[in-house]
Design a protein around this ligand. Structure first.
Ligand SMILES: [Zn+2]
Ligand SMILES: [Zn+2]
Length: 335
């Protein structure tokens, strides 16, 4: 093959369009990857809708990439042609800013993000910095594990942050918004013996049934109080009004972790909701350490993603279905 296909965003707010171009060669330190599947994440929606500042334009969205190494650039020694690899949101970091030096490369001052500031995976091929690619082994089908690369990794980082609020109790965790990240994380949390509470839009019986089918002990609407106070809550839905609701649902010292990159404004709320050492925090991006941890734990927890497959040229449809809440689990593009 000498050409590649990609779904390209030229201007936020416009539909993606198919572009065919010559197959690029990987530069020093890079891999050319033949994409087998790429998950569609809410962040892609924020890029396409113009909610995030200064994307590279035109941009190929997509940062949940599963593919095989098709060509190896000079200097890369730890990957083989044909090896299955994953490419996540964190595309590159500088390695020398105070955050990188401190083990917090997720907060790097000059990062590159796959599908946002460098081209991503809504394509037949992509070029990636090999240092930020992960070997995936051969277990699990390509589309089924694609959502691990962001929904899984960011979910994992959010979960670790939430769980630091109470290590040794029979932990009660609430998830607000039961989409791709929540349905992966629920399986990990339940496997670890946590009690899981799922909060969805009022009246979304299908999402509540889905959560129960994965082992949630309770599922209800976001404005409802769970039958016991939560030790921690993670908010995956991009809705600021959920922050005071989640604060109301967590016990003293409980944590509310905002797992998304973009959220509507948080309404004013009484200080009493935050009092008694409750914490509101956000999770930004991921580190490679998060990825290594999660990619090791997900197979042990037997995480299975519910996916809806779309051919690459129907990327706009997949985005619309995610925007309108028509999906259960995750959308995945297959070139
Ligand atoms: Zn840095
Ligand atoms: Zn994402």
């Amino acid at each position: 093959m000498t050409t590649m296909r990609a779904m390209v965003l030229t201007r936020p707010g416009m539909p993606l369009t198919m572009r065919e171009s010559p197959l690029p060669a990987p530069g020093a330190g890079e891999l050319l990857i033949a994409i087998a599947a790429c998950g569609v994440c809410r962040t892609d929606l924020h890029v396409v809708d113009g909610d995030l500042p200064q994307p590279k334009l035109p941009i190929v969205p997509g940062h949940e990439i599963v593919g095989r190494v098709a060509a190896i650039g000079p200097g890369v020694t730890d990957f083989a042609i044909g090896e299955r690899v994953g490419v996540p949101w964190l595309g590159a970091t500088c390695g020398h800013c105070p955050y990188c030096r401190d083990g917090r490369e997720n907060l790097c001052d000059t990062p590159l993000f796959t599908g946002y500031t460098r081209d991503g995976g809504f394509a037949s091929h992509t070029i990636a910095d090999a240092r930020y690619c992960f070997p995936l082994g051969e277990d699990g089908d390509d589309a089924g594990i694609a959502p691990w690369l962001c929904a899984g990794l960011i979910g994992w980082r959010s979960y670790r942050m939430a769980a630091e609020g109470g290590r040794d109790r029979n932990f009660a965790l609430g998830l607000y918004g039961f989409g791709a990240a929540a349905h992966i994380l629920a399986q990990v949390a339940i496997w670890q013996g946590r009690r899981l509470y799922a909060f969805t839009r009022a009246g979304d019986g299908a999402a509540q049934d889905f959560a129960r089918s994965l082992g949630a002990v309770w599922a209800g609407a976001s404005h409802e109080m769970p039958p016991e106070p939560l030790d921690a809550a993670i908010i995956f839905a991009p809705v600021g009004a959920l922050v005071p609701l989640a604060l109301k649902a967590v016990r003293k010292g409980g944590r509310v972790v905002c797992g998304g990159i973009h959220m509507s404004d948080i309404p004013a709320f009484p200080y009493a909701l935050l009092w008694e050492e409750r914490k509101v925090m956000s999770v930004a991006n991921l580190t490679r350490e998060d990825a290594r941890e999660f990619l090791a734990i997900a197979p042990k927890a037997d995480v299975h993603c519910t996916v809806a497959r779309y051919p690459l040229d129907r990327a706009n449809e997949a985005l619309a279905d995610l925007r309108d809440g028509r999906l259960q689990g995750a959308a995945v593009l297959v070139p």
